[in-house]
Design a protein around this ligand. Sequence first.
Ligand code: ADP
Ligand code: MG
Length: 635
Amino acid sequence: MSTSAKDKPENLDGKHNFQAEVTRLLDIVARSLYSEKEIFLRELVSNASDACDKLRYEALTNPSLVEGDSELKIIISYDSKKKTLSISDNGIGMSNQELIDNLGTIARSGTAAFVENIEQVDDVNSNLIGQFGVGFYSAFMVADNVLVTSRRAGSESGGIWESDGKGSFTITETEKADKRGTKVELHLSKTEKEFLDDSRIINIIKTYSDHISIPIILRKEDSTEEQINTASALWTRPSNEISEDNYKEFYNHIGRMYDQPWMTIHNRVEGKIEYTNLLFIPSSQPFDLFQPDRKTNIKLYVRRVFITDDCEDLIPAWLRFVRGLVDSEDLPLNISREMLQHNPVLTKIKAGLVKRIIRELKKKIKKDPEGYLSFWDNFGAVLKEGLYESEEYRKDLLEISKFPSTDKSNMITLAEYVSDMAEGQKDIFYFSGSNIESVSSSPQLEAFRKKKINVLLMVDPVDEFWLPTINEYDGKKFRSVSRGDIEIDNIGSPHETKKDNTAKDNEDLSSLTALLKITLVDAVKDVRESNRLTDSAVCLVADEEDMDMHLERLLRQHKQVETASKRILEINPSHPMILDLAKIVSKRGNAASEELEDVAWLLLDQALIIEGESPPDPSAFAQRMSNIIGKGLNE
Ligand code: ADP
Ligand code: MG
């Protein structure tokens, strides 16, 4: 290969600054009093193993990349006089540009955003590193200086990356990188000499990295070598031979999650298509769960060879919290990205994985409803995305969904809701809002509470998306209590309203209603007597065909809809103030309309405020309020 001067790569030698987020991260690493510093070795070995996986994959189509040196391995060596510890691999290596990009920035968007959002570096819980894993940069927990010598497979020259972890690093092109791969050399700080010790290193590798499928070799100071990990692909072993600790380490590595797996699903599927899956559901929320890219986290292997960790067709986005891998026996080894799209084998695997996960969740919800709740807290909102995205699994997902409700302190399933429905109740009532506190005190729920009719509380934003697409469960319609005309008189225990006592006032109420309608004609769709209210004077509801009020608010916040649609103002026929107003109207007829104009608008503003919205014209609101208070004081 001859390289003319023109296409010679740009000279990148010299000093480079870390991306701001990296400097921040390094600052956190340096200041943290994290006690398990040894995890730096796990991170560096994990990177070396990834690099070998990548090379093995590239070599499938370009075997010359591994010519003469085809046994992939990771070597750990140290020099107790110089106080250096090195981790070397003969994997894919990095070009100088890659050294700059990979070891100078944070590529994963979620990670960068996460680091940026940590406002007070001093406040950072030292646990952060344990939960989050800071990857390569964890080297600076134990080293004053780090040298990375690397050469990209197939390239003729290499480079050295060097840094003390304080704001910048240097790149130097080098002849020293005589072999393919990467060597990370740590100049350990004075306090970290404990890592220059065979048994300490062996112990750390056994604890965190035994599952790595590439041999990890310790080169001792007397130059003897010892392989210190088991080095077989963990998922190929029968599950009864794998300890919980083994699974956890593997999950930490492959899932880049540092908690315990909440559920482990390891099985082999045989038949028309054959594959092994090893899947984990985390016990805590990954920090990037709600990133807009909704990236999934399953790695694809073909007959033990890593193929990609970026395969969208392997699992739906609403299962993006699941970590792990699938190892297929059917796909060709030299499969390209293009071939992965709409691949029929992948489509079958995907369906198999989804069914399997749902089956395990169903088992869990039955056997351990308490334990299921912790899963639901973390991932329920994500799982519910499947309700509108995957019609196929809708029924299954409804079965394993849990909801808070007005009448029960625990979360309940729809089946539980239905079996507990009040006498005469035909529909499943729900109320949506942004959080449980605000919805539970809503006036729209008053009559339901009095009559002990349970109402499901829909407080995840995602609820607004599936509810309109799913009309019913078990033959019962979903019905929003804040929309349309609700008839609940014939449901449950007899309604204890004062309606009967006030029957004689009913006629008067219709004059009041008419007057309010005329005054508020431009602001509301209708004014009517309410079935929902028992204590509050007024509330707003959406018309039957209109969008639920909470959904519209969400869409307005996200600028998806411009204007608010008109609501129906409901007035409480048994509220003393409403009755007093009705009396005034019936006594004075139309003469009252001017006098009551302020009152009409204030009733509407009040209803808006209860909804958590502000009066459209705050100064007019204040003016009316003052007028009324003034009148009251002068009486
Ligand atoms: P992560 O492994 O989560 O991507 P790291 O901070 O551990 O993050 O590593 C950053 C990147 O640096 C890796 O994604 C990889 O591209 C590159 N890298 C690190 N170590 C090696 C290595 N030994 N060989 C090749 N590339 C490496
Ligand atoms: Mg890493």
